[in-house]
Design a protein. Sequence first.
Lengths: 398, 325
Amino acid sequence: MVYEIFMPQLSDSMDEGKLIKWMVSVNDKVSIGDVIAEVESDKAIMELQCFKNGVVKALYIKEGESAPVGTVIVDITLDKEESTHLEKHEVEEECEEKRTKEEYSLVRAIASPKARLLAGSLKMNIQALQDIDKLPVPSHVKDIVLYHKKRFFTLKALSLIEEYSLDISDFQVHTKQDSYAVLEYIKDKNISRKQKISSFQKALIENLDKSALRAVYHIYDYIDAKYFEKYSAYGVTAWFVKIFAKCMMDFEGFRSSIKGDFIYTSVNAHIAIAMQVNRKLYMPVLKDVNHLSIKTIQDMLGEYKTKVEMSTLNLEEMKGSNFGLSNLGFTGIHRFDAMINQDDSSIAAIGASEAGRISLTLSLDHRLINGYEAALFMQRVKEVCLEEEFFKEEVKNV
Amino acid sequence: MLYREAINLALDETMSEDINIILLGEDIANVGGTFRVTEGLLDKYGKARVIDTPIAELSIVGNAIGMAIGGLRPVVELMTANFSLLAFDQIVNHMAKLPFMSAGKIRLPMVLRMPQGVSKQLGAQHSENYENMLSSVPGLFVFAVNSPNYAYHALKKSIKMDDPVIFIEHELLYNKKEEIDMKSDLDPFKARIIKEGEDITIISYLKMLDDTASALDDIEKELNCSCELIDLCSLNPVDFKTLEASIKKTGRLIMIEEGHKMGSYGAQIISWAVEELFYFLDAAPLRLCGKNVPIAYNRKLELASIPTPKSIKKDIINWGRINGL
C-alpha cells in the first residue's frame, strides 16, 4: 500500500507552497514523526512531517519548485504490517456492507417495518396476500407470523411449537410440517418444555420462600384412631378440623400471626386445608371453624374440592387462616412434615392410619409458639380424640 | 421514607462527609425549603453552609458557579424550574460551557436542584416543564427523579461528580413514600425497568411514570398484552442501551411526559428510535404529552391539558387497536 503526502495548507491564505529542501531521498526508510521536507508558505518556512512508517517511493517535485496545495508531493510504500492492517479493514468493511444488505431484505407493502423485514426473510409477498385479503392492511408482525404458521404447520404441530416455545424460523418449510416433524426436531435438539410460571404459582413460590426463612420446629405423636373409625360417616380431615378448632380456642398462640411489628390474635379459629390438583397446591381457608358443625365442615371441604378442581377458587377464599392442615393419610404415607402456610402459626401433617393409630406431626413457628405450649396443645388434641362424648355430641348436633 | 426526606438525607450525609458542600437557595435555611427538603440542615451545619439567598436566580447560580470555581461544591435549590429561566444565562453560557472553554482546567462540581411540573392549581407561570430545554444544552448532566430511592442515591452521586448536574424533581412527588435500599450501588445514568413486559415499551419519568403505572393493569387487560415500563432517570445522557434492548424485544414504543407536545423532550427519544431501530418497530411510536397551551389555573382545565391515568389508558388502548394489538 502506498501512502501519499500532499502539499499542506500551512496558513489560511496559502494557495501553493515552495519546496525549500528535501530531508529524505528515494528508498530511505521513514517512521512516524520524521521530518521529510521544509516547505515555505506565503508567511514562513515550516517542516513537513510523516505520519506513517514506510519507505520513500517517489519524490514528485524538486527543491525550489512550487506546487499547489493538495497535490501529491511524496509517495511512501507502507511497512507490511501497517498495510495488511489497512487492507484487512477495508475488506471487513465490504463484508459488513454485504451482510447488512442480505439481512435487510425488505418487501414493499403497507406494513410495519418489522413486519416487512420478517416477510422478506420468509420470502412472503405481503402486497399480493393483502390483495386477496389473506393479510390485513396494515400488516404487523403478528399477522405475518400467524399466516406463516397456518400455511406451513398443521394445527397439532403449531400447538407443539407453542408448548416448547420454538422459533418457527428454525424449520425449513418447503412443505407443510406435521406434528411428527416437529416432535422429531424437539427430540433431535433435546429441547425442554418451557412453561411460564402463572401468577398463582408465583404467589405460592413467594409464600414458600417466606416460610423457609422462619424458625420452624416439629413435634411428633400418635393419635388413637378408634373414634375416627367408629364415626366414619365424616372424614378424618373433617374430624381433625373440628378437633383442632376446639383446641385452638384454648391456646391463643395457635390463632396468632406476626405482621410487621404486631402479633395479631384472632377471636375464632380459621384453618387452611392443603389440596392438590395437577401439581398445583391450594390452601383454601375454612373460617370460624369453632362455630361450624361437623357436617358443615364436611360439606365445605367437598365444596372447596370441587372449586379447586374447576379452578374457580378466588383469592379471598385462600386468605385469613392462622393454622394449616395437610392430610396425606390416603396415600398410605406413615409420617411427613408440612410447610407453614403464609402467616399461619403452625401446620398439622396427618399420616395414614396404622394399627388403630394415626401419626401426627406439628410444624410450628417458634416466634409464636414455644415447645411447652406446643406439647400441651398436642396433649389436648390427643385427649379430645379419646373423648367419645365429643364425637357423639357433634354427630347428635347435626 | 418520603421523597423529600430522601433528598434531605442525601444532602445531610454528603455534607457531614465533606465540609466544602454548601447549600444555597431561596428560603432554604430559616424556613427549611418551600417543600421542606432542607429542614433541619441550618441547625446542623450553620448559616455559612446553608445560605438563604435573595430572590434573584441569576445571582444564585452565578454565585454558585463562582464557589465551584473556587473549590467548593455548591448545591443550589431553585424554588421551581419556572424561575430557572431567570438564571438561564448563567446556566447555559457559563455553567455548561466553562469546563469546555477552559479545556477542562475549570471543573464545576455543582448541582442545581429544581422541582417542576403541573402541581395543583399553581397557575401557568408555576407549572412548566423545562427538561427539554435543559437536556438540549451540551455540558449538563440532567437527571429526572421519580422515586425516593433514586433521589437518595442519585443526589449523593451528583454531588460527588465534578461536573454540573441539573437535578429535576417534581412538586407532586415530595410526599411519595418508598423504602430506600441503602446497600444498593445505584448508577444514576442507568434507566430503571419498573416492570418487564413483552409487547409495548413505555418510557416515562417524573410524575407521569406513576400515572402510567396506575393505568397499566387496565391497558394490559384491555389489549391483552404485557407492557414494559421504563423510568428514564437520566435525561442527558440517555441510557440508550436499556431502551434499545427493550424496543428490540417489544417492537412498540410509547413515550409519556407532562411537558407541551411541541418541542417535547420525548420527541428526541422517538426520533432516535426511528433513526436507529426503524426495522425493529412493529407500530408507529406514540407520544403522549401535555397540550400546547399554558397550564390553566382551573383544576378541570389544568387536568385536561396534561396526560392523566384516564387519558393515558384511553389513548394507549386506541393506539393499540389501530396498531395491530
